[in-house]
Design a protein around this ligand. Structure first.
Ligand code: SF4
Length: 372
């Protein structure tokens, strides 16, 4: 069974956070100089990471520097952008060409998987096609983005492997509703490590371009556990995301975040939260009164409000919900989110709380968990 440990670091320096977590998880002990390590970012389309769609190149760079220091001499960054998409263009626009220019002399190269040979495999009676380089790598590091998805609710470690299959397969997966083939694909491709870019993914769409700051990087070895943790950060129950549930049933990993050992590094910090043009985010933000709220707390709250809206419970909120360091030490009535609002008559503890916890707290009008 894969390690049931998760590592979470808060901040905005993706490369440093990734490097710190790789150290903390002692990943170097699993590497050797003769290994071919393959990095799989999410470059679904040619949009910069600040759009909330793609993996920050700085995160990949942090991983590359760590691998080089560990003695690895063959590193491939591999991707196949969405159906019909130009991966070479995505590499350029998303900042990955620079990585090849800068680190190519140390053995780092880009691979447009759309040009890679395809291998066919039989899985439980179905034919699956996977790019051969993915199967031949000695060590696969998955670098997904924490973000929402129109069809599967969220996309993270498990679904990011859809970039490892040819366009014809991508079409088939969509025709089959995505969840089942994604769960099966994860029985074919073994991910050795997942480093999640949780800086600013789009909360509702994998291509929408409306980033929401969450300001964290998450590392784990079990992709099901990582996705389960991410599901809770986004206000879902892991079992409520069908491909997570199916992957767990297929033996890819476990969903039990309550039993996982979660090590956190650093603390969420206050930063002015950028105002977004998205009408949906603006509408949800209108339910929030924030005073110096950290992005981690604010992002979780927006995710929770999104879940409330989807379940038709947003109308339960009669007053604005309060969060942020500006509420510390204040005695107030109303609903507070996070440890900073411990002086409120009803508050949800945590620093930061998960969106799932916030959703449950708000859905029960705060009564059940007040003062917890
Ligand atoms: S509880 Fe306070 S300090 Fe902690 S994340 Fe929320 S706003 Fe920041």
């Amino acid at each position: 069974m894969k390690s049931q440990q998760l590592y979470v670091a808060y901040g905005t320096d993706a490369g440093q956070l990734a490097s710190d977590l790789l150290q903390a998880a002692n990943v170097a002990s699993e590497l050797s100089s003769d290994m071919h390590v393959l990095l799989k970012p999410n470059l679904v389309m040619a949009r910069e990471a600040s759009s909330g769609i793609t993996t920050h190149p700085e995160l990949a760079e942090g991983v590359i520097r760590f691998l080089l220091e560990a003695g690895v001499r063959k590193i491939t960054i591999a991707e196949s952008s969405w159906t019909g998409g130009d991966t070479g263009r995505a590499f350029r626009i998303c900042g990955y060409s620079r990585l090849e220019e800068e680190y190519g002399r140390f053995g780092v190269r880009l691979l447009d998987l759309k040009k890679d040979p395809v291998q066919s495999l039989n899985v439980r009676g179905d034919r699956f096609k996977v790019f051969r380089s993915i199967l031949e790598a000695d060590y696969l590091v998955n670098l997904p983005v924490l973000k929402g998805h129109g069809a599967t609710k969220l996309t993270c470690a498990l679904k990011n492997l859809k970039g490892c299959i040819p366009d014809s397969e991508k079409r088939r997966y969509h025709a089959e509703g995505l969840h089942k083939p994604i769960a099966l694909l994860n029985t074919i491709i073994r991910q050795d490590l997942v480093v999640v870019d949780g800086l600013c993914g789009d909360p509702s769409s994998e291509t929408g371009g409306n980033p929401l700051e969450m300001e964290r990087v998450i590392l784990g070895k079990d992709p099901v556990l990582v996705d389960s943790y991410v599901a809770e950060l986004m206000g879902y129950s892991p079992e409520g995301i069908r491909h997570i549930y199916l992957a767990a049933r297929n033996g890819v990993g476990v969903t039990d975040t309550a039993s996982a050992r979660i090590r956190e590094f650093g603390k969420p910090r206050f930063r002015n939260i950028p105002r977004r043009d998205s009408s949906r985010l603006k509408r949800l933000q209108a339910y929030v009164s924030e005073r110096q709220a950290c992005s981690a707390c604010h992002g979780s709250t927006i995710y929770a409000l999104q879940r409330l809206e989807e379940s038709g419970k947003l109308a339960l909120l009669e007053d604005k919900i309060c969060l942020g360091q500006g509420y510390r030490g204040m005695r107030m009535s109303g609903l507070g989110i996070g440890a900073c609002t411990r002086g409120f008559s009803k508050f949800l503890d945590g620093c930061p709380p998960t969106a799932r916890g916030i959703y449950q707290f708000l859905a029960s009008s705060g009564g059940d968990r007040s003062g917890a």
